[in-house]
Write a protein that binds this ligand. Structure first.
Ligand code: BDP
Length: 706
């Protein structure tokens, strides 16, 4: 029976208008207001050649999209199709742009207009076709026309993976959007629809790997009981082009293998890992491999046996090699017994090991030598390891950027880091070229993002944080994409193509990360958040088990000055960068002000580029951040007419929280630092709402994500 289209349309529109919980992410497929002829014909008259689980997913996607976007329930079955989706080998038509098609990698796709009226999506693989179809649907939804020369794209990075810091009890370390979406207890017998939806969302932005478990690993994941569960997830994800990985606990041979050591050079230990790998591949023939956090923050590792990080990584790599698995070995290695600036430790550890890793190891370097701060200079290892493939680890979840309630669009942060010049081969050696492998000719390339996904109905807590998952996927596919385009695309796919809404919110998104820096850690301040849960300000945090987990270690404020001296006069961390950078950042006159207190200890009355002193500058930055957060809240109030009320209300209440917490940060930090500067707040900076003791005594309980 045919559903009356008008009735369907009215029903759809009303759902769209009043209730939308955000579950559909950027795959809303809402009705196109005035569809153009090519959009209608593509969505109503298409043919897909081929059959496989992936092709079935692709066909279903086209159906969902055409019902949603043009309310077409019955695609025409004419022979002269307006849209043809087929692998190259099955296309069977002459005069194709073969040169461009030949250059595509396995995941790549071409979308082009053939003989003036037919749109073709093609690829060498089914996964490439799925990627191409998603891209075409995004073009249709956003009202973007297909350029005359077509679109021919291959991912610039091979391993585009999410890292879930999910524990087996379903808590999520640094996760703020509910519990883990992996319901280990019900697996493998129950396969939740959400696993399919997760894979589909990832495939729509080109993500091709998922690390299911926390870097602070639990060896249980390697036992048969859990491998069955991992297998069930792998089976769901496979047709979406997504491989699974798990974190390998270095001491697993002792914990679940009854060995007395985990020494990477011990033959029994090596054999144990080999057998374990063989066992895993029986469950999951295309298992991706391991991610390892070793010798860091209490995790076991090769240091326990006086071995190097390469010894550890190579042992696992050897076990995976014949199965084509890889090891993503994290460079986030530091410890409290090394009396050196934490900033320097990863470089000191890994630089001497350059070239000593097996071919299936890629070293995963965190964004920033400290820890995912709202702003960090790029990690000095990028550019310093020409003979060892390095991959980027970004943090999508907002451990240090206000958790789930603070709107911070992270594409500008990722972009800033990717664009920084390492000078590894002279000017023009940006981090992006390290990541895509072109600078050093790496054989493996990758980008990891620590996921912000949880059981919240909208996946990410803040609706706008879906944009960070989206942006990560886009930048992992192409690290040269720009934040403006990503923001506009996401807004148009997620909410509406209305230009007033898109332009207004795009601007807010693009400025939002800088705003967070302003009200949290301006001018290069870092690591001044509350201890343990990292929620809210804590510039007074000191003492405890280790200095490099305190705030006072990093800001070094005293009555004369503030900031961490990383020049030759201080910790000399700057010497780990190229000489061009050392010269620029090492000099008070030339260091970009955004990194000022990261690298220098500066007198309170030092005058900055605007002629005013450091204290006044700092205070004004905090105030600016607060004002912007308030302005965003007010601007959002004008957006009500453009979107559904459910998401409008949700976002509104989060923006109110953000404005309040921005003020909390400003008041607490300025009161605290003001004790040292002993200077009054400059004009235009509001006096704090409470005294310092109030903020120091305010201790929120049961903050999630620890
Ligand atoms: C820090 C987190 C901690 C992680 C650690 C890591 O506070 O929860 O375990 O990094 O990346 O950012 O290993």
């Amino acid at each position: 029976m045919r559903f009356p289209i008008t009735l369907f349309f009215i029903l759809f529109m009303s759902l769209q208008g009043f209730s939308n919980d955000g579950y559909k992410l950027w795959l809303q497929y809402f009705p196109i207001q005035e569809p153009e002829a090519w959009q209608i014909s593509a969505l109503s008259n298409y043919e897909v050649i081929g059959s496989s689980a992936t092709i079935s997913i692709l066909k279903k996607e086209l159906e969902t999209a055409s019902i949603g976007m043009i309310q077409s329930l019955n695609p025409k079955k004419s022979t002269d199709h307006s849209l043809l989706i087929s692998k190259i080998e099955d296309l069977g038509i002459p005069n194709l742009p073969n040169e461009k098609i030949d250059q595509l990698t396995a995941d790549g796709f071409g979308i082009f207009i053939y003989s003036s009226n037919q749109l073709i999506v093609t690829s060498k693989t089914d996964i490439g076709l799925l990627y191409g179809t998603f891209r075409l649907l995004q073009y249709i939804q956003t009202g973007t026309s297909i350029p005359a020369m077509g679109i021919f794209e291959s991912p610039k990075v091979q391993y585009r993976v999410l890292n879930h810091w999910d524990n087996l009890d379903r808590t999520v370390e640094r996760g703020y959007a509910g519990f883990s979406i992996w319901n280990w207890h019900r697996l493998p017998r129950h396969i939740d629809q959400q696993y399919h939806d997760y894979a589909r969302a990832n495939a729509s932005i080109g993500i091709n790997g998922t690390v299911l478990t926390n870097v602070n690993a639990n060896a249980l994941i390697l036992t048969p009981e859990y491998l069955e569960k991992v297998q069930a997830l792998a089976d769901v994800f496979r047709p979406y082009g997504i491989k699974v990985y798990v974190t390998a606990r270095f001491s697993a041979p002792m914990e679940i293998g009854n060995l007395s050591t985990a020494d990477p050079l011990d033959p029994d230990v090596r054999q144990w890992w080999k057998s374990k790998a063989d066992e895993i591949y029986k469950y999951i023939p295309d298992f991706g491999g391991f991610v390892v956090k070793a010798d860091s923050e209490g995790q076991p590792g090769p240091h326990n046996y006086q071995r190097t990080q390469a010894d550890g990584a190579n042992m696992l790599a050897e076990a995976l090699q014949e199965h084509h698995g890889i090891v993503m070995w994290r460079a986030f290695v530091y410890n409290e017994h090394t009396p050196d600036d934490r900033h320097k430790q990863a470089y000191n550890e890994f630089k001497p090991l350059d070239g000593k890793f097996l071919d299936n190891v890629i070293v995963q370097v965190k964004n920033g030598a400290i820890d995912f701060q709202p702003r960090e200079p790029f990690h000095p290892l990028f550019g310093a390891m020409p003979n060892t493939p390095l991959m980027m680890e970004f943090q999508i979840t907002q451990e240090y950027l206000g958790h789930d309630t603070h709107l911070a669009f992270l594409a500008p942060l990722f972009e800033e880091v990717l664009n920084e010049d390492t000078y590894a081969k002279g000017k023009g050696s940006p981090v992006a070229k390290v990541i895509d492998g072109s600078l050093h000719g790496y054989q493996l390339t990758g980008m990891a993002g620590v996921a912000n996904i949880g059981t919240d109905r909208n996946w990410t807590g803040h609706h706008f944080h879906q944009a960070n998952w989206f942006a990560f996927g886009r930048l992992a596919w192409n690290p040269y994409e720009n934040a403006q385009t990503i923001a506009a695309d996401w807004l148009r796919l997620t909410f509406t193509t209305n230009p007033t809404f898109v332009t207004t919110m795009q601007e807010i998104m693009l400025n939002s990360r800088e705003m967070v820096v302003n009200y949290m850690t301006p001018l290069g301040l870092h690591h001044i958040m509350a201890a343990s849960h990292h929620y809210g300000p804590g510039p007074w945090v000191s003492g405890g088990r280790r200095a490099d987990w305190t705030a006072t270690y990093y800001h070094q404020a005293n009555e004369k000055s503030i900031g961490f001296d990383r020049t030759t006069k201080g910790s000399d961390a700057l010497s780990q960068y190229a000489s061009e950078i050392q010269q620029q950042w090492g000099n008070l006159e030339t260091v970009p002000e955004k990194y000022l207190l990261w690298f220098h200890q500066v007198d309170w009355n030092q005058s900055l580029s605007d002629g005013d002193n450091l204290w006044n500058n700092l205070a004004r930055q905090y105030q600016k951040g607060v004002e912007e957060a308030r302005r965003n809240r007010d601007t959002w109030e004008q957006m009500a007419p453009y979107i559904d009320s459910e998401r409008f209300q949700h976002i509104h209440s989060f923006l109110k929280i953000q404005a309040e917490e921005a003020q909390w940060w400003k008041d607490a930090c300025l009161l605290y630092f003001g004790q040292f500067s002993k200077m009054p707040l400059p004009s235009g900076v509001e006096p704090p709402a409470h005294d310092l003791a109030y903020y120091m005594n305010y201790k929120p309980q049961h903050v999630p994500g620890i």
